[in-house]
Design a protein around this ligand. Structure first.
Ligand code: SF4
Length: 200
C-alpha cells in the first residue's frame, strides 16, 4: 500500500478517536491542564512508527524530512524531539499537535484492561489528583459501562493498516526516525507525490 494511502488511513483512525475522545471528555468532565505537556517529557514514551507516518509524510511534503532525520540521528535525548518547552517555565507543548501519534491521543483519556479484565483509565498524576472527584466518578462510571476508548483496540486497528510498522513498539524518537526513513526510502526511487491526482 502506498505511503499516501497508509497515512490517510491512520488519519482516518485518528479522526474516529477524536470523536470518541470528545464524547468521553464531555461525559467525564476530565481535561488536560492548559499548556501542561508534562506527559511528553516522560523519558519512557513508546510508540509505533506507523502512528507517526502522517507526521513523517507531512514533513516530507514540506521538504523538512531530511533535516528532522538528521536531528533524530544526532540526539541522545529520550524525550520526544517534537516536544517544545515553553521558555522560562516548567511547561511546554507538542510542536506538531495536528500530527501527534496514537499514544499521545490516547494517554489520559483511554483505558487499559487490568488482570481481572476490568477497564482502568490510564491517566496522569496531575489529572488523578487535581481532578480527583471527576476521576473517581468516571472510574465508577466506566465500571458501570461508560464508553471509553481502549488502548489495545486502537492499536489493533492501527496494525490492520500496516502490520509491520504498526506492531513495532519503540522509544518515541526511534519510532519518529523509522517513520521518516520509511517515507524517504519509499520516495527515493518514486516521483514526488501528486496529491491532486492521487486516489486517496
Ligand atoms: S508527538 Fe507531541 S504529543 Fe506526542 S509525545 Fe511528542 S511532543 Fe508529546
Amino acid at each position: 500500500m502506498s505511503i499516501e494511502r497508509r497515512a490517510k488511513l491512520v488519519e482516518k483512525l485518528f479522526y474516529q478517536l477524536e470523536q470518541e475522545s470528545a464524547q468521553f471528555q464531555k461525559a467525564s468532565g476530565l481535561g488536560c491542564v492548559a499548556g501542561c505537556g508534562k506527559c511528553c517529557t516522560h523519558p519512557d514514551v513508546e510508540a509505533s512508527p506507523l502512528e507517526f507516518l502522517p507526521w513523517a509524510f507531512h514533513l516530507f511534503l514540506n521538504g523538512e524530512a531530511e533535516k528532522m532525520l538528521m536531528e533524530l540521528n544526532q540526539t541522545d535525548s529520550s524525550i520526544c524531539l517534537i516536544y517544545k518547552p515553553t521558555p522560562g517555565v516548567n511547561r511546554g507543548s507538542c510542536g506538531s499537535y495536528k500530527y501527534r501519534g496514537l499514544i499521545c491521543r490516547l494517554f489520559g483519556f483511554a483505558a487499559n484492561t487490568d488482570k481481572y479484565g476490568n477497564l482502568r483509565l490510564a491517566t496522569c498524576k496531575i489529572i488523578k489528583e487535581g481532578q480527583a472527584e471527576n476521576y473517581n466518578t468516571t472510574s465508577e462510571a466506566i465500571d458501570k459501562g461508560l464508553y471509553v476508548p481502549v488502548f489495545t483496540e486502537y492499536y489493533m486497528q492501527l496494525n490492520q493498516i500496516d502490520f509491520h510498522l504498526g506492531n513495532i513498539i519503540l522509544p518515541v524518537n526511534k519510532a519518529l526516525k523509522m517513520a521518516l526513513e520509511e517515507v524517504l526510502q519509499y520516495y527515493a526511487y518514486r516521483p514526488f507525490p501528486d496529491l491532486e491526482k492521487s486516489d486517496l
